[in-house]
Design a protein. Structure first.
Length: 131
């Protein structure tokens, strides 16, 4: 297998994995928008979408490393195209992830924190507690 073929395959893999990450975040945001309680995105259990996202990002790193090390840097425009697509998809994915975690789930987290502070959830008891 030639170095050009390895470079092309790793470039396609990098773009595909970054698009998988973007699609999983988009599906999670759509589920949150369409579900009455926003169940999947703000749930304590991350679910399958989060694991798919994590696997895509984990597999993206070696694909990018192979792409960068096998690239023909005498023609940088050809080598930078897949990197630009990957970077754009990752910027959108992580931006959407940040938005979902910090803006859409804010009400759910503050409600849980308020109920914990109010004593609604059982916690450790002190020795002075007569119960």
């Amino acid at each position: 297998m030639g170095i050009t073929l390895v470079n092309r395959a790793s470039g396609i893999a990098a773009v595909a994995l970054s698009l998988v990450a973007l699609v999983t975040i988009s599906v999670g945001l759509l589920q949150h928008a369409l579900a009455p309680s926003g169940a999947q995105l703000c749930a304590p259990d991350e679910g399958a979408l989060a694991h798919i996202f994590q696997l895509a990002i984990g597999l993206l790193l070696p694909a990018l490393a192979v792409f960068v090390f096998s690239a023909d840097w005498t023609a940088p425009a050809r080598a930078l195209r897949p990197l630009g697509l990957t970077a754009a998809a990752l910027a959108l994915a992580f931006g959407a992830l940040y938005y979902g975690e910090h803006h859409l789930c804010r009400g759910d987290r503050s409600a849980r924190a308020t109920s914990t502070l109010a004593g609604d959830l059982p916690g450790p008891r002190s020795h002075d507690d007569p119960k």
